[in-house]
Design a protein around this ligand. Structure first.
Ligand code: ATP
Length: 482
């Protein structure tokens, strides 16, 4: 579907530069931006100059402008000023080039600028994304994305948009929320001038996340997840109609239709995965999930997915555990796997596959239910006879990764929790009393029996019958002939 920018917005060009007050405001903002970006400022100025030389306009847009303005106008829930002096390290630039040569059109203004910067600063890494005519400059902790102003068209809900070069107004119109659709001009006679055609500043003041138009969530369901993430992070509310639009987009069944009709629905697949990652990485992840559940938006993953009190408890527990244990998997993926695992084997595999999760993650989710059943019955069988020895517990769990064990312990705290805990906090941490080198020193010839001897000693060690290196060596000499 095409996006029509309302005529009133198109007629608003040049607004914001009408009187002295506005000029002062622009100057102040510009000065503040310069301070917050002092380190990278010369590079930004060079990009601005290179744009101006070609007759192009350069804007900084999105999160950096939002956060800059929040610093000035933001108040926390208690009404006091938000002091947000963190440097703004992710910079989104949009270049508007209304007069193109054929060459410029082919390559894209953003790419031309990135290449010019790279020639001047070879230490800055430049990556070109030809498909979207955009480029990314990376230097130390800074990342500058330079895009050519564009408009977007969605062929169907949750599709990747087709893009077409356009002007800054349409570029702002393709964005997610009013607070993210404010542009600050870096070129021209009055740099620092704001272009705020959707009244984003008013929403920043009222602390609201608001979409730009009624089709926003239909086009792109990841925006529901983004809306909640920003609202939680900034302590904002979702504007009433925006909430309504999110609810009705999910309820309408439009995403399911897209999913069944089209092979590629990236905003319900890989792009949704990326948004879930960002959301679950933030400190407010729990509040975000509660909110998403309340909006019915978890159904974008699977219609049966819901945030029960039991699942919330598991998620909180996992959050604590990943801090305690050295797990090679990041928290967000374990939280997501916990959520999906509760869907049962079949659905959870389908969603993991559809979200394009890593092969490791899909493997864990494919096996977790069967593994749990197997481990439960192994533990039961062992306990039946006599008390389960420490070495037996070790043997049961040793072939599983920490991530798998944490997931299973969390899902079945009563049946599996205690033994997995014993394994992770004690048994898995015990370093063997002896190794192959010891056996060679004692006079044994390397061969298949090394493994057997070492396993035997390790078992005795776990069960507490061997406690020192000397006792282990004596045990080996007494049990195995040279
Ligand atoms: P953050 O502080 O998390 O980096 P950000 O606003 O910079 O926030 P990005 O994900 O880096 O967020 O996106 C940059 C800008 O691109 C956003 O501010 C928004 O204007 C636009 N944008 C990103 N994703 C979407 C989307 N799905 N739909 C519309 N606009 C988007």
């Amino acid at each position: 579907m095409a996006l029509d920018v309302p005529r009133k917005h198109l007629g608003n060009k040049g607004g914001g530069d009408r009187d002295g007050e506005k000029r002062d405001y622009s100057e102040k903002l510009y000065q503040q931006l310069k301070e917050r970006m002092a380190e990278i400022w010369p590079v930004l100025m060079m990009i601005a100059e290179a744009s101006a030389r070609r007759g192009w306009s350069l804007y900084i847009v999105g999160g950096a402008v939002r956060d800059l303005l929040l610093n000035r106008v933001g108040n926390d829930r208690a009404g006091s000023k938000v002091e947000n002096s963190l440097p703004l390290t992710d910079i989104d630039l949009v270049v508007e080039n209304q007069v193109n040569t054929a060459d410029e059109t082919a390559v894209g203004a953003g790419v031309i600028l990135a290449e010019a910067i790279q020639a001047e600063y070879p230490e800055i890494e430049a990556q070109v994304h030809g498909q979207f005519q955009t480029a990314t400059l990376t230097w130390q902790s800074w990342q500058i994305d330079i895009a050519t102003a564009r408009t977007e068209f969605y062929a169907y809900p949750a599709a990747n948009p087709a893009v077409e070069p356009s002007d800054i107004y349409r570029d702002l119109y393709r964005r997610d929320f009013t607070i993210n659709a404010i542009a600050l001009k870096l070129t021209g006679s009055q740099p620092g001038q704001l272009l705020d055609i959707f009244n984003g500043q008013a929403d920043l003041q009222q602390r609201l996340v608001r979409v730009l138009h009624t089709d926003s969530f239909i086009e792109d369901p990841t925006r529901i997840f983004r809306a909640v993430r920003f609202a939680v992070r900034l302590g904002f509310d979702l504007e009433a109609q925006t909430q309504q639009l999110a609810r009705s987009a999910v309820k309408s069944g439009i995403y399911e239709k897209s999913r069944s009709k089209y092979k590629k629905v990236p905003a319900l697949q890989s792009r949704l995965q990326a948004e879930l990652k960002y959301l679950l990485e933030e400190s407010g992840w729990e509040q975000s999930l509660v909110w998403l559940d309340e909006l019915g938006a978890l159904a974008c993953l699977d219609e049966n997915l819901a945030l029960s009190p039991g699942l919330l408890q598991q998620l909180r527990r996992m959050d604590r555990w990943v801090h305690k244990f050295e797990v090679s998997q990041p928290r967000w993926i374990l939280l997501l796997e916990l959520m999906l695992a509760q869907l049962g084997p079949e659905r959870c595999n389908r969603v993991a596959n559809s979200l394009n999760l890593s092969a490791q993650s899909q493997y864990r989710l494919r096996n977790i239910h069967a593994c749990e059943t197997q481990l439960k019955s192994q533990l039961k069988a062992q306990v039946h006879g006599s008390a389960l020895s420490r070495s037996k517990v070790y043997k049961i769990f040793q072939s599983h990764s920490h991530a798998e064990l944490l997931l299973m312990a969390d899902r079945h705290p009563r049946i599996l929790g205690a033994s997995i805990w014993l394994y992770l906090t004690d048994l898995a941490l015990i370093s063997p009393l002896i190794n192959g080198g010891t056996l060679k020193r004692l006079g044994y010839s390397p061969g298949p029996q090394f493994k057997k001897i070492l396993a035997d000693v390790h078992q005795q060690q776990l069960d507490g019958t061997l406690t020192t290196e000397e006792s282990a060596e004596q045990y080996v000499l007494s049990q195995y002939s040279l």
